[in-house]
Design a protein around this ligand. Structure first.
Ligand code: N01
Length: 477
């Protein structure tokens, strides 16, 4: 029987396990470092944490949830959804909680993997990494950061024991996380100093509460929720096309964002500070209807001077001004380019995946690497989206990986052919070098400028390209 080890219990790991179990694989072990499922939806508990992709679309296609509390559901509802899915598909008995994985080694003599876990070594025929791209908080490298004497924490490690009421609070960063928690904490704090390095494009968030009536209709007529899902698929695919292929569509998105800002920020001076100077879509477009109004409140200051240092009492900017604060919150994102870190994965000949990836992570269709037989990656390099639901990408990956495992079960351990992987990477990078994502810095790119995170096309293209497993692309180890 094929034994399969999966690392992580976010949407990726759970989705892979469901696909495999439904195909008849039962020797599936999922390693989870925490005591609960959920991945980033367990970790990120900051005030206002919610998905900026509508829930009917940001959920498994085979498991619609008629009880979403809102169109853009908050983090606790998404975590509950993942717990429910875990229970419904009887996944708990496969999960080893509180067990972190440090790496895995392929043994050519046994043609199996040894997975190194905090609970001891485990042998497996197949290893699937589902550790995500956004699981390790990134702390900015600012001089004096450790000298600050007040409370400080990262948005992904929110310290709920710190009472922000009446405090002077600095927020560093204006990405997807910050724009969600800033409007939540603004009414509570005495003063909010928002340190913005690069402003995001913001468009309205058409959020709505799903009432008991919605829930009844979604339950009785599942086609209604499917319609909402398909509508959002259409909207986000169109946005993807705007970023990648269509200047007129990109212009229309820019105009929508500009109108939103004009409406929500009457002060032209503040508006000028908040308006981006890079092409739309280069950084993630953010859906929010309450972030900009919060910035117009008298207790908020948007600071665009660069930060020179952090002192014991506050944040000093390049103009020499010390902004004294009681608390610093880092909304500074994640170390996304460090794929699979800190796992040490060693394939044929003991070669270390991280060494293969010194000039940037790459994998065929984001999932397979030459000389790493029966090793697969969910949400790997070049599978992130500028627009759309990553859950649809993960479903495609789960299905493709299952088909690869079906083939390997008969043929023996397989790895993608080096020439196929190289050709794929050349084509991917060629397309990305002309894309909007190469025009500014963001977590989509690594330190050398390579766009390592994003898929260069639409979700539809990815689904079509992964729909079939072509055994000619692979060789038996
Ligand atoms: O992180 P980010 P995030 N000095 O990297 C700034 C997903 N997500 O946690 O743009 C000053 O976007 C940095 O400035 P700049 C989503 O995919 C999803 O907000 O580099 N500033 C930027 O403003 C998202 O894209 C949801 O110039 C510094 C900010 O910190 C991804 O997670 C919700 C700095 C980091 O923004 C990451 O979002 C939340 C420094 N030294 C997140 N270093 C959903 O709803 C960094 N910054 C699904």
């Amino acid at each position: 029987m094929t034994s399969i080890a999966i690392i992580g219990t976010g949407f990726g790991g759970l989705g892979a396990a469901i696909e495999l179990k439904q195909a008849g694989y039962d020797d599936v072990t999922i390693f989870e470092r925490a005591d609960d499922v959920g991945g980033v939806w367990r970790e990120n508990t900051y005030p206002g944490a919610a998905c900026d992709v509508p829930s009917p679309y940001y959920s498994f296609s085979f498991e619609p949830n008629p009880r979403w509390p809102r169109r853009f559901s908050p983090q606790p509802a998404i975590l509950d959804y993942l717990r429910d899915v875990t229970a419904k598909y009887d996944l708990k008995r496969h999960i080893r909680f509180n067990t972190s994985v440090s790496g895995a080694d392929y043994d050519e003599s046994t043609r199996r993997w040894t997975v190194h876990t905090s609970g001891g070594d485990v042998e497996a025929d197949v290893v699937i990494s589902a550790v995500g791209q956004l699981s390790r908080p990134s702390w900015p490298n600012i001089k004096g950061r450790e000298t600050f004497e007040g409370a400080s924490f990262h948005s992904a490690l929110w310290d709920h024991s710190v009472d922000l009421t009446g405090k002077r609070v600095a927020v560093i960063g204006t990405g997807a996380s910050a724009i969600q928690f800033v409007p939540e904490i603004q009414p509570q704090v005495a003063k909010l100093s928002l340190f913005q390095r690069t402003p995001p494009y913001i468009v309205p968030r058409p959020d709505t509460e799903f009432s008991p009536l919605h829930h009844r209709v979604f339950s009785a007529l599942p086609v209604t929720q499917l319609t909402e899902r398909l509508a959002w698929f259409g909207v986000t695919e169109t946005m993807g096309v705007a970023f990648l292929y269509s200047k007129p569509l990109a212009k229309a998105l820019t105009a929508l964002s500009r109108r939103h800002m004009r409406k929500q920020v009457p002060d032209p001076e503040l508006r000028a500070k908040l308006w981006p100077s890079y092409p739309v879509g280069c950084k993630r477009i953010l859906f929010s209807s309450n972030y900009l109004p919060a910035l117009t409140e008298p207790n908020v200051e948007v600071i665009t001077d660069g930060i020179s240092e952090i002192t014991a009492t506050g944040v000093r900017t390049n103009d020499g001004m010390l902004h004294e604060v009681d608390v610093i919150i880092y909304g500074t994102g994640f170390t996304a380019s460090d794929f699979l870190a800190p796992l040490q994965i060693r394939g044929v000949g003991g070669q270390d995946l991280r060494e293969q990836w010194t000039d940037g992570a790459r994998a065929y269709l984001g999932m397979s690497v030459p000389d790493f037989p029966n090793f697969f990656i969910m949400y790997g390099p070049n599978t992130n989206l500028g627009s759309g639901s990553i859950v649809t990408m993960l479903e495609s990956q789960a299905s493709y990986i299952r088909k690869a495992i079906d083939h390997a079960r008969d043929a023996g351990p397989i790895s993608v052919r080096a020439d196929v992987a190289e050709e794929f990477d050349r084509d991917t990078q060629g397309r990305l070098s002309g894309s909007v994502w190469s025009m500014c810095s963001s977590w989509y790119r690594n330190a050398s400028g390579r766009v390592a995170a994003n898929w260069p096309g639409t979700v539809t293209e990815y689904r079509l390209r992964t729909a079939r497993f072509n055994e000619k692309d692979y060789e038996v180890a």
